[in-house]
Design a protein around this ligand. Structure first.
Ligand code: GLN
Length: 560
């Protein structure tokens, strides 16, 4: 294949060994961040070997939250980690699933693209993977490729195989292989074990891949003795074994890697020069702020308690958690997140003390009736008690319901998502969506990805976006762009009444039929009562926090 050598990207594979869930995504994002700091244009591709087409229908308790890309993809949350670290927007085609690969090949076969040929795993599936990777890497200096799961899983074999093809296509030296392993310290022997790592190396070798680098995840940094053991069994130079012990904040990891010269070593492996001298001082400063315990703000997230332990709950709100960390680091405070179960505010004796005990609350996105009354009650409580409030998506819709019930004399006001027969449907499906839903086009009825909203110049929302330099202009009017994932809308028929009673519609847009859509709301005479129909947590980055989260943390800081 002839190719312009000038524009050929380099590839960096990151695969995992031993067990999953040890932070492969963070390791990948950290290496990506480092290479970016050395002056390279970097992107990251995530391979998910499952057969689902995308993550839109996966269970958040099992897989964590669904990440929404600017172009409307519903994706595995690792893409979020990459965006937060690298401060780039990654398109949905950077997430490759087995389902997509097989579908492409079968669709092509149906369209006669392979006429006369037997369509096979090798070469057709493999070529489809290589094509997808090549497309995502176009225009970048380096593309990192994280392979989901662990080596030895049946389902990631095609992808490992495809990496060797990638090397054939782009030339020897164009792919650098990294293995992230885990070194357990079994409680009864108190000794770090390298054997599972040795086996992971062997399993990778069965696919013809020998790791150039090994990232050794463990509770503690790996010692010399064990380094030597791995070096001997994997033929990996000692300085290519990177220790990755447990940390307080994931944002420390690029710094820990850099202390082990990850940047220069990886560039050397690619035969690439240092293009820019990195400056980590600001990054370091922000990490230090997050680690200190003296200046802390306490934020309650009023969520739907999914009954699978705190871990799952926090994982389903991962981006909100990080958006708060980003805003806190820039506000020079640490943040303590308290997970509040919405149902605690639904009983005869609501646990109001839980709300008094935090400095502010977030009501996040959600679907369905579970915990809704508790969220509405909590919103009304913090409105009355001047506790800062940030509502996200469902959080905005329920704030509108609360406002209609308690400020506009519509006691049964509701969203038709929960009560289809309410006499005050203040949040509802638009007529065009109803038709889509009736005819089974559920996907079409969902607003996904970037949408712009006009923003009112007098509002707090406008002020915050202006300060963050995130206001654009359309027809000479200020607009803001955020990612969306919802079906229901504030009912345009009630907007006038809501506004008359003091609800400020600070952002709005129009759908294709010219119907007014409420995008942002706020209340005057309150320290911070702000909500958005969007998911601003998806555009928050370490070092460039989202304006609404920043404003929220600032308001809390001012109050305490
Ligand atoms: N359930 C609401 C809707 O579909 C809100 C969705 C969300 O919070 N992401 O409109």
């Amino acid at each position: 294949m002839s190719m312009n050598t000038q524009q050929q990207p380099k590839f960096l594979m990151v695969a995992g060994g031993v067990i999953s869930g040890v932070g492969k995504g963070v390791a990948t994002a950290s290496i990506g961040k480092i290479l970016q700091e050395y002056g390279y244009k970097v992107t990251i591709i995530k391979i998910d070997p499952y057969l689902n087409y995308d993550a839109g229908t996966l269970r958040p308790t099992e897989h964590g939250e669904v990440w929404v890309t600017y172009d409307g993809g519903e994706i595995d949350q690792d893409l979020g980690t990459y965006e937060r670290f690298l401060n780039i927007s990654i398109p949905k085609h950077n997430n490759i699933t087995s389902g997509q690969v097989y579908k492409t090949v079968i669709d092509d076969e149906r369209q006669g693209k392979y006429l006369g040929q037997t369509v096979q795993f090798i070469p057709h599936i493999i070529q489809a993977i290589v094509d997808r990777i090549g497309k995502a890497a176009q225009g970048f200096d380096i593309a990192l490729i994280e392979i989901g799961g662990t080596v030895g899983d049946y389902e990631n074999v095609p992808f490992l195989f495809a990496l060797k093809w990638l090397e054939r296509t782009y030339g020897v030296g164009s792919v650098v292989y990294t293995l992230v392993t885990y070194l357990p310290v079994p409680g009864h022997i108190h000794e770090m074990k390298t054997k599972p790592t040795q086996q992971a190396i062997r399993m990778l070798a069965e696919q013809g891949i020998f790791p150039d680098f090994i990232i050794c995840r463990a509770e503690f940094p790996i010692d010399e003795l064990r380094r030597k053991k791995i070096e001997e069994c994997a033929h990996v130079p000692l300085d290519h074994l990177i220790a990755s012990p447990n940390v307080t904040s994931v944002y420390e990891i690029p710094l820990i890697f850099e202390n082990q010269h990850v940047g220069p070593l990886f560039l050397k492996a690619f035969g690439l020069p240092v293009k820019k001298k990195p400056d980590w001082s600001l990054w370091q400063k922000r990490v230090d702020i997050l680690k200190q315990k003296k200046n802390t703000v306490k934020v309650g997230i009023v969520g739907k308690y999914l009954g699978a332990g705190d871990f799952s709950l926090t994982d389903s709100y991962l981006s909100i958690h990080h958006a708060l960390l980003h805003a806190a680091a820039e506000s020079e405070v640490a943040v303590d997140i308290v997970w509040l179960n919405a149902q605690d505010f639904e009983s005869e004796n609501p646990s109001w003390h839980l709300l008094d005990d935090v400095d502010g609350i977030i009501v996040p996105g959600g679907f369905g009736a579970n915990g809704v009354e508790g969220k509405i009650a909590a919103i009304e409580y913090v409105r009355q008690h001047n506790i800062p409030f940030l509502g996200l998506c469902y959080g905005l819709q329920l704030a509108v319901v609360a406002f209609a019930r308690y400020q506009c004399g519509m006691p049964q006001a509701h969203t038709t998502e929960v009560n289809q027969h309410t006499s005050y449907p203040v949040v509802t499906l638009l007529d065009s969506q109803k038709i889509d839903m009736e005819q089974g086009r559920y996907g079409a009825s969902m607003r996904l990805g970037d949408y712009a909203a006009y923003v009112e110049p007098e509002s707090l929302t406008y002020f915050l976006y202006t300060n963050a330099d995130r206001v654009l202009f359309k027809d000479n009017k200020p607009i803001i762009i955020e990612r969306h994932r919802h079906r229901y809308e504030v009912n345009p028929a009630y907007v006038k009444q809501l506004k008359n009673k003091g609800l400020v519609v600070s952002g709005y847009s129009f759908d294709n039929n010219g119907t007014l859509l409420v995008e942002n709301i706020e209340l005057k005479e309150h320290p911070f009562f702000v909500a958005t129909q969007a998911h601003p947590e998806f555009t928050s980055r370490f070092g460039d926090s989202n304006p609404l989260f920043y404003g929220f943390v600032q308001a809390i800081k001012k109050q305490s």
